[in-house]
Design a protein around this ligand. Structure first.
Ligand code: NAG
Ligand code: NAG
Ligand code: NAG
Ligand code: NAG
Ligand code: NAG
Ligand code: NAG
Ligand code: NAG
Length: 464
């Protein structure tokens, strides 16, 4: 009896221990934390709103209901929508303020393939029309407008635009309107997009426009290299932007800095300024690692790019503009750039053309000034620099220092410069005469030493 009783007690103890241990490990899994600019008081799962992650059921309504529910907590601690592992098919949806969308590991958002899920929205005022065709544009997949404090993050979950349908229709000229972007955040402040994989957008992947205080960090962007306009990240008429730790493979520019198109952008007058780009790896065989333009009619000023790796890309930094754009591209600083297999290390084009309509102003001459490139190594490059300014207004203040470019066998000249002015030091192969040797004792090209306010934004540990 005595023995049996003790044995039973020990069994009960063992069982309780197992339960306690089990609960503890469950709690540990549930209470995982993640870094974010702001934490939220209210958390719901997409499943609480009828979401089904089978890859077939439409979750458009679940997303809209969940986000509408959380929008009520904007002034009361904010809301967080967790998307669990699974394949979540959905039409486009709008975000709300003081809100976090969190995609768990193996959560995949799949963009609907039903054209009825993509209503037509107004063109951007600084473009005057859609970029693909005149008139409006199809909705973006994930949209935010007039918001404050929005976070889209996760444990490397995936947002899949399923763009093939759009690329095929675009190539076949079957689309009446302009393709949507994967994520577009408009007229908003305090945005964080981090720790996600974005794939196969119908067109650009990340488009912050008319916004400020934007951080894009730890994002992988993957699209086939032969599909049209699948740019990575396009800050457009934005102030205080920080893009860091991103890996981008795409059919168009990895990063394209923009600010509106010809007379529409000039009238809208909203520049992109105070932009940091760092620790970027890019593969873009037909486009640029960092493009400035071609739409730059609100101006582009104070861009600081460093620690960039390019592999098999058409050009390193490319400035694209045209008569009719007006405005300026100035105070551009790039340093610490490694390139392998490139057509051009540097490329500037003043005659890009491409106008929204016939109403562009031939007197709107863009000004390109103070462009500074230093500390770069490139190998297997076809041309070191194709630098073509504007005859009416040569590009000025170009400075290139401490740059070594290994050329591939080619019949092309290493440098071809027209309508530009600048200086160079410690550059190999020897630059064109328009980049006059300034001597290494005069120091490297300038790079700002002050810190931009967006660099002071810190992350908190938030729990799910
Ligand atoms: C998203 O918001 C915009 C207005 O900012 C509106 O035009 C559009 O219909 C909304 N889309 C959805 C899917 O709710
Ligand atoms: C969003 O903000 C812009 C710029 O402030 C304003 O013109 C527009 O009317 C706002 N839209 C809405 C829906 O509030
Ligand atoms: C996120 O997932 C992508 C795609 O699977 C992968 O290439 C990338 O390395 C992952 N990033 C991290 C930080 O795990
Ligand atoms: C991204 O996720 C990793 C691992 O989940 C974490 O260590 C890192 O801090 C996260 N970064 C951001 C910016 O969310
Ligand atoms: C050099 O570039 C050419 C394309 O211009 C490419 O075919 C070749 O594989 C590259 N060589 C190396 C060693 O990367
Ligand atoms: C020149 O650039 C290389 C990187 O390409 C860097 O390691 C080196 O420190 C630079 N030299 C000077 C004097 O800045
Ligand atoms: C040099 O650039 C000009 C345009 O600025 C172009 O017309 C010319 O063909 C180029 N020359 C070579 C050899 O590529």
């Amino acid at each position: 009896m005595e023995f049996h009783k003790n044995h039973r007690i020990s069994q009960v103890l063992q069982l309780s221990l197992l339960i306690v241990l089990g609960l503890w490990s469950l709690r540990r899994a549930e209470s995982s934390t993640y870094p974010s600019t702001n934490c939220r008081a209210h958390t719901v799962s997409l499943k609480d709103f009828g979401g089904v992650g089978d890859g077939v059921t439409s979750n458009t309504e679940a997303f809209q209901k969940a986000i509408y529910h959380l929008s009520q907590f904007g002034s009361n601690g904010g809301g967080q929508l967790v998307v669990p592992a699974g394949k979540w098919l959905t039409g486009c949806f709008n975000l709300t303020s003081h809100f976090t969308l969190y995609l768990q590991r193996d959560a995949v958002l799949l963009a609907s393939q039903d054209m009825n899920d993509w209503p037509i929205i107004a063109p951007l005022p600084s473009y005057g029309r859609g970029r693909d065709s005149p008139g409006g544009r199809y909705s973006n997949f994930i949209m935010g407008s007039n918001l404050t404090d929005v976070v889209i993050t996760g444990d490397n979950g995936t947002i899949d635009g399923q763009g093939k349908m759009w690329w095929d229709k675009f190539k076949a000229k079957e689309l009446k309107y302009t393709r949507g972007y994967l994520i577009e955040i408009m007229y908003s402040d305090q945005i964080l997009i981090s720790n996600l994989t974005l794939v196969n957008s119908p067109s650009w992947h990340v488009h912050p426009v008319y916004s400020s205080n934007v951080i894009v960090k730890g994002i992988t962007i993957l699209a086939p290299v032969d599909v049209p306009n699948t740019d990575g990240i396009n800050p457009d008429s934005c102030t205080d932007v920080r893009i860091e730790d991103c890996y981008i493979v795409s059919g168009d520019d990895c990063i394209a800095v923009k600010s509106g198109w010809d007379e529409y952008g000039i009238a809208f007058r909203m520049p992109t300024q105070h932009l940091i780009i760092r620790r970027l790896t890019c593969i873009s065989p037909d486009s640029a690692v960092i493009a400035l333009g071609s739409e730059m009619s609100g101006g582009i000023q104070d861009v600081r790019a460093e620690d960039i790796t390019a592999i098999n890309s058409q050009s390193g930094v490319r400035i694209k503009t045209a008569v009719g754009r007006g405005a300026y591209v100035k105070d551009i600083y790039v340093k610490g750039f490694t390139m392998h297999t490139m057509k051009y290390a540097f490329w500037m084009t003043g005659n890009y053309g491409s106008h929204p309509d016939d109403h562009w102003d031939p007197k709107a001459i863009p000004v390109i000034d103070k462009i500074s490139y230093s500390n770069m190594v490139a190998e297997n490059v076809t041309m070191a620099g194709q630098l073509e300014g504007l005859h009416q207004s040569p590009f000025t203040g170009i400075c290139i220092s401490n740059v070594t470019i290994g050329l591939a066998k080619s019949k092309k000249p290493a440098w071809n410069c027209t309508d530009i002015h600048g200086v160079s030091s410690s550059v190999s192969p020897q630059p064109c005469d328009l980049l006059s040797e300034k001597g290494s004792e005069s120091g490297p090209c300038p790079y700002p030493t002050d810190k931009l306010p967006i660099d002071n934004v810190e992350f908190k540990e938030c729990s799910l």
